[in-house]
Design a binder for this molecule. Structure first.
Ligand code: PXP
Length: 242
């Protein structure tokens, strides 16, 4: 079955609204773990708007499942990653004004710098994923710099409707096929929900999805355990039909 990473950033967003201690991100991670997720995903942003360094260190101590650390390739966060040694880091673009990660990383435009970052992570035993838009040139660049995996930004698919959504889905399928030929693992994330996930989850070589906002939003009404299990139900459904 496709593995699920739950992004718990928005539990921290709510906590940071009062700069307090609740809701507790570790408790959220543990509920996800008990519900059967494969990994916990957190984005340590340079502006520290939600997840804090202390959260990442506490998660490293307490998680029984993998940690996926999303991060920009900036020195101060690279240092934290080297120290914590999560199972995998996902390199993402960051822009201070954005509400959320708006597009994929331009890997092709910074091959030299990113090759060094990937090498430094590998030296610490950390796997590396690249958060990119589904574009052939970016996939080739991810292979060139030695990434282990690519996470396709599914925001364009999630925001499209009708024929446009079908077109974006086809783009994801075509790019996933290209990845398979290049021996790169295929991950996907951003804007995925219990309603739009199934067609993406049917991509044959998709190995992992990372989902945050929809799970945390639904958790307010149906509980975190139920919200995680709903998504896992969709992943199981995709597994049954593929
Ligand atoms: N994957 C990556 C690399 C992301 O940056 C994000 C958003 O932080 C997600 C997955 C999760 O996106 P969403 O919160 O829309 O499910």
């Amino acid at each position: 079955m496709i593995e699920l990473g739950v992004n718990i950033d928005h539990v921290a967003t709510l906590r940071q609204a009062r700069r307090g201690v609740v809701p507790d991100v570790i408790a959220a991670a543990k509920i996800c773990e008990l519900a059967g997720v494969h990994q916990i995903t957190v984005h340590l942003r340079a502006d520290r708007r939600h997840i804090q360094d202390a959260d990442v260190y506490a998660l490293k101590e307490t998680l029984l499942v993998h940690m996926n650390l999303e991060m920009a390739a900036v020195p101060e966060v690279i240092r934290v990653a080297h120290d914590i040694k999560p199972y995998i880091v996902c390199l993402v673009p960051e822009n201070r004004e954005e509400v959320t990660t708006e597009g994929g990383l331009d890997v092709a435009g910074q091959v030299g710098k990113l090759t060094e970052v990937v090498q430094s992570m590998h030296e610490k035993g950390i796997k590396v994923s690249m958060f990119i838009d589904p574009e052939p040139g970016q996939i080739e660049a991810a292979a060139v710099i030695g990434a282990d995996a690519v996470e396709f930004h599914t925001g364009a698919y999630a925001n499209a409707a009708g024929d446009d959504a079908d077109g974006e889905l086809q783009r994801l399928w075509d790019c996933a096929e290209q990845l398979e030929k290049m021996n790169l693992y295929c991950h996907a994330g951003h804007g995925l929900t219990v309603r739009n996930l199934l067609p993406v989850a049917r991509i044959p070589n998709l190995r992992e999805v990372n989902i945050g906002h929809d799970i945390i939003a639904r958790a307010l009404f149906i509980g975190l355990d139920n919200a995680v299990k709903e998504i896992m139900g969709v992943l199981k459904e995709a597994d049954n039909v593929s």
